[in-house]
Design a protein around this ligand. Structure first.
Ligand SMILES: [Zn+2]
Ligand SMILES: [Zn+2]
Length: 346
């Protein structure tokens, strides 16, 4: 089979490897589509703390069941599937309590182990989920980031009709917006640097938008004085923590802040002193569990969550190097790249 391996900073090699054979309780998936995640882009620049070359990336994918190992009876060859890419121990306290996304020895396909920038990938059968006929392979590759958003919406502990400020209208932000709406949020205002992404947020259900570059952001801080407060502020930016700093600055007393975006190592927040005296709740959200995948698939099938504009650019898997060069200086409409793979047709 072919696999695209990150071989160094901004360098890929197209390798030929033996086709995988499934071990007991494994399924070999023929990859049809795989999303390029923000973490893949960090790894490409050599800036990811865990994802280091040589590595076959890819943890957001869909495909066809190519072969099944001994003990696998729930899936048949040729079925359309997606995969929850968390590899967990099933033995630690967190795993036993069902919160295996906080497993003591969590590993992720395509991050700690080779992933789906390849023709085939062998995965534990318990991590495979069926795709409904109405969900395309490309949308199937968006289920993983949408499940991140679904988990975040559950962590938000919504009380219905709450007013929300959401930082970041990238793939995770746009899905989080829709998941919060699907679970009964009130008005949601989105903040981003890109006018195009803010338009996309409006088309996907945002009630208002704020350009993060403009003085509008400063105005948000004065909303408290006007009595127009946010019940929940969500950070889907992460990075150097600027959005989280702004969130703490804007947060009304007694409100909640939900941290979803991945923060760089060693980031410190400026306004920690406010947490106690404003009685804020700071909530973390990380990845998902199977239930998030299952519900995300249902919401996509029902059309309550849409992918329009999110999977914005497609490239062939073997052209991954070209895709990443494009991402280095993308056009305005870029939101997320999907690598499609037509090698296996069943
Ligand atoms: Zn990801
Ligand atoms: Zn565990």
């Amino acid at each position: 089979m072919r696999a695209v391996r990150l071989s160094g900073e901004k360098a890929f090699v197209l390798e030929t490897l033996p086709d995988p054979t499934p071990r007991p309780n494994e399924i070999v998936v023929a990859v049809k589509a795989c999303g390029v995640c923000g973490s893949d882009i960090h790894a490409y620049y050599g800036e990811h703390p865990l994802m280091k070359p040589p590595l076959v990336m890819g943890h957001e994918f869909s495909g066809l069941v190519h072969s099944v190992g001994d003990g696998v009876s729930e899936f048949a060859v040729g079925e359309r599937v997606t995969v929850e890419p968390l590899l967990v121990c099933n033995e630690c306290d967190r795993c036993k309590s069902g919160r295996y996304n906080a497993c003591e020895s969590l590993r992720v396909m395509g991050c700690h182990a080779d992933g789906a920038y390849a023709d085939f990938l062998a995965v534990p059968a318990e991590k495979v989920l069926r795709l409904p006929d109405s969900v395309s392979f490309e949308d199937g590759a968006l289920i993983e980031p949408a499940a991140v958003a679904h988990h975040a919406a559950r962590r938000a502990n919504l009380k219905g009709g709450e007013s929300i400020l959401l930082f970041g209208a990238g793939p995770i932000g746009l899905f989080t917006l829709q998941m919060l709406k699907a679970y009964g949020a009130g008005a949601i205002t989105c903040v981003d640097l890109s006018r195009y992404r803010l338009q996309l947020a409006l088309s996907l259900g945002a009630d208002g938008v704020v350009d993060a570059r403009e003085s509008e952001l400063a105005c948000l801080k004065h909303r408290r004085a006007e009595g127009k407060e946010f019940d929940l502020i969500v950070d889907c930016v992460g990075g150097k923590g600027k959005a989280l700093d702004a969130a703490l600055d804007i947060a009304a007393k007694g409100s909640r802040i939900l941290a979803v975006g991945i923060l760089e190592q060693g980031v410190c927040m400026q306004y920690l002193t406010w947490i106690a005296e404003h009685e804020l709740e700071l909530i973390g959200s990380f990845t998902y569990v199977r239930e998030d995948f299952e519900r995300t698939i249902q919401l996509l099938e029902k059309g309550s969550v849409r992918t329009q504009g999110i999977g914005s650019h497609r490239f062939k898997m073997e052209d991954a190097a070209k895709a990443f060069r494009f991402i280095e200086s993308p056009d305005e409409r870029f939101v997320k790249a999907i690598l499609v793979n037509d090698a296996y047709t069943g």
